[in-house]
Design a protein around this ligand. Structure first.
Ligand code: ADP
Ligand code: GLC
Length: 529
């Protein structure tokens, strides 16, 4: 079965800046870069989609022999390509035009309406990755992600056997392997990260026989779940260790409300010491208000640790970006009392129930003459897109909605311009948008859950001392209105300093990967010890 190399392979469905549908893309695009800088040998394996942004990929023109997998009676060939992203991360790309030569990663409208054959598409990813190991050597560790990476552990085990490699040498992932270690009878260690338990990849159990996975994994200790095929369940149960993307979410998923039917399994993993929450970071070079070239005006401050006096500069930054964005989307700048512009509410989100965008919209529908301007960017459920468009129809001078499409440049402009960033999520495994918004000096109105709980400091919580937003206590339209009204009163008060402090607290929060990357590093070493 070949020899081990000393690499970690990230396997997943998306990766920024090549192709992104949400936060998974950000994580796959940023964490490997941080690990590479720490000297760890990382490669990322993703499908070769049609919509990969070509400027961000340097393809390496070498040809490798094609692989083949049988899905039931039908053989499918696939190709292997390699490349490197414009951020220097080495890639293995699984090329299979029937499955991957499409406009979207998961399906139309940001994947809310998934392609009918996603089961086969992401089974293909797992088979492709295992085949690539014959060409490039077997990595010591596989780090696979979400339900779309859920078939990887089974394919690894059926290819290499159940026995995990052990190499009790610290530094092994940075060093060159001094001797060749045969992968005969040994498999890579597998870590599985759950980014969102709301998507489990559930299909009819009969389909199990058509995805090239050994029948022994059609069991309740793997992919079978109450008579269905559940990719995420098998993925997590067949892996050596499971992580979620924030500490609070790791606790939440062990409860019935957040566990989506897998809380029992997750509780067992937790009790066995095999489940841990590790907070995501963001790419601080990419999301940088001082250098971001997708926004019209950069922040004109040198230092990183902002003082209250720096609010003046932040205020300028917000106002200039707001004016530029308003002129782009044809919104007039509306002035409220005190001569201050109305606070701008920003939304950048997938439109699903979990994100609470519908209750945010209801809050504004119910609010007579609401004192905000609003810019909404998102795609997903038709009825939420429709509601957002309708709100902007009836409040043309106050609301602009851009729905149905992903728009990276507009998202940056919204982060830079908005005073208040709204995320009324019912659950939020981590959430990167609030971190980005805070880095751009936004004050957050959010649900008190998951990664939001771990990253936003509430003005109502007198213990934190450094509030950066408000938690919406009751997640309904009234609750959103209450929270927005609280923030409005602070923003409009005669004393600029209090709002200024919120902005400075937000901007001073540190959301880089350094801390969490170290936790992952330790996990990687421990898993092969
Ligand atoms: P999730 O992964 O659940 O969608 P996160 O907050 O973790 O939520 O990450 C969302 C990421 O996707 C952020 O980088 C956000 O800026 C981006 N994003 C979401 N919707 C859009 C959109 N319509 N256009 C551009 N970027 C978007
Ligand atoms: C998922 C979650 C989001 C998280 C992201 C990256 O899409 O919904 O909360 O930030 O993954 O881990």
């Amino acid at each position: 079965m070949g020899q081990f190399n000393n690499e970690i392979w990230f396997i997943g469905a998306e990766m920024a800046p090549l192709v992104k549908a949400g936060g998974l893309g950000d994580v796959m695009g940023s964490l490997p870069g941080v690990l590479l800088k720490a000297g760890i040998n990382v490669r990322v394996v993703i499908p070769y989609y049609k919509n990969i942004i070509p400027q961000n990929l340097i393809e390496i023109k070498e040809s490798y022999p094609a692989g083949k997998v049988n899905f039931g009676e039908i053989p499918f060939e696939f190709g292997i390509k390699t490349g490197i992203t414009n951020r220097g991360i080495p890639l293995i790309l699984i090329e299979q035009n029937h499955f991957f030569n499409r406009e979207e990663v998961y399906g139309p409208h940001g994947g809310i309406y998934g392609y009918k054959d996603n089961l086969w598409r992401f089974a293909m990813l797992a088979h492709g990755a295992a085949y690539a190991m014959r060409i490039f050597g077997v990595p010591l560790i596989i780090h696979t992600h979400d339900w779309s990476g859920g078939f990887v552990p089974a394919v690894i085990k059926q290819t290499f056997g159940d026995k995990k490699v052990r190499l009790a040498a610290a530094g092994i992932l940075n060093a060159k392997l001094s001797k060749h270690i045969s992968a005969d009878g040994l498999r890579p260690a597998v870590i599985f990260t759950i980014h969102n338990l709301g998507y489990q990849g559930v299909y009819g159990i009969d389909d199990f026989y058509d995805i090239g996975i050994d029948f022994r994994y059609n069991s309740s200790s793997a992919y079978e779940h109450f008579g269905t095929l559940n990719s995420l369940k098998g993925g997590m149960l067949l892996s050596d260790f499971v992580t979620t993307v924030s500490p609070t979410y790791a606790n939440e998923v062990t409860t019935p409300v957040f566990g989506f039917g897998l809380n029992g399994e997750l509780k067992n993993l937790y009790n066995d010491g095999k489940l841990k929450g590790i907070l995501n970071g963001i790419d601080l070079d990419y999301w940088n208000p001082k250098t971001d070239n997708l926004i019209p005006h950069n922040l004109n401050l040198q230092e990183n640790n902002y003082k209250p006096k720096d609010y003046k500069e932040w205020k300028e930054f917000k106002l200039k970006n707001k004016k530029a964005l308003f002129s782009e989307v044809s919104l007039p700048l509306k002035i409220g009392r005190n001569g201050k512009p109305l606070p701008l509410l920003g939304i950048v989100s997938r439109f699903t129930e979990e994100k609470g965008i519908d209750i945010f919209l209801d809050s504004l529908f119910n609010w007579d003459n609401f004192p905000f301007q609003v810019i909404i960017l998102g795609s997903g459920k038709d009825y939420i897109e429709g509601k957002a468009l309708y709100l902007s129809e009836i409040h043309r001078d106050k609301v602009y909605s851009h729905t149905g499409k992903y728009d990276e440049a507009l998202s940056h402009k919204i982060y830079a311009a908005s005073d208040i960033f709204v995320m009324p999520s019912k659950f939020e495994p981590c959430g990167l948008s609030q971190m980005i918004a805070m880095r751009y000096g936004g004050v957050i109105a959010a649900g008190d859950t998951g990664g939001l709980h771990d990253t936003v400091s509430d003005i109502m919580d007198t213990n934190t001392g450094k509030p950066s937003g408000i938690f919406i206590k009751h997640l309904d339209a009234n609750g959103v209105s209450w929270a927005l009204n609280e923030l409005y009163n602070i923003y409009m008060s005669n004393n600029d300093e209090i709002w200024g402090n919120l902005v400075i607290n937000s901007a001073n929060k540190h959301f880089g990967w350094d801390n969490s990357a170290k936790i992952y590093e330790n996990l990687y070493y421990n898993i092969i010890k």
